[in-house]
Write a new protein. Structure first.
Length: 65
């Protein structure tokens, strides 16, 4: 029984970034950033503020990861 088929994350990430002029990459990045930047995760610490700044600075999915 297979829950999910084989999935090559690196190859998929490269395809998303360089195919279709990066439209999918930027859209997925925007959707991944939203919950963090809207502070849905409400633990407020200095480390958390550091991570929020890093998330906000991400320009691609690779940088986000």
């Amino acid at each position: 029984m297979c829950v999910s088929g084989a999935f090559d994350v690196l190859a998929t990430g490269i395809d998303l970034k360089y195919e279709t002029f990066g439209l999918y990459d930027s859209y997925i990045l925007k959707k991944l950033k939203e919950p963090f930047l809207q502070k849905r995760f409400k633990i407020q610490t200095e480390a958390n503020n550091f991570y929020l700044n890093e998330i906000n600075a991400a320009k691609s999915l690779f940088h986000f990861d």
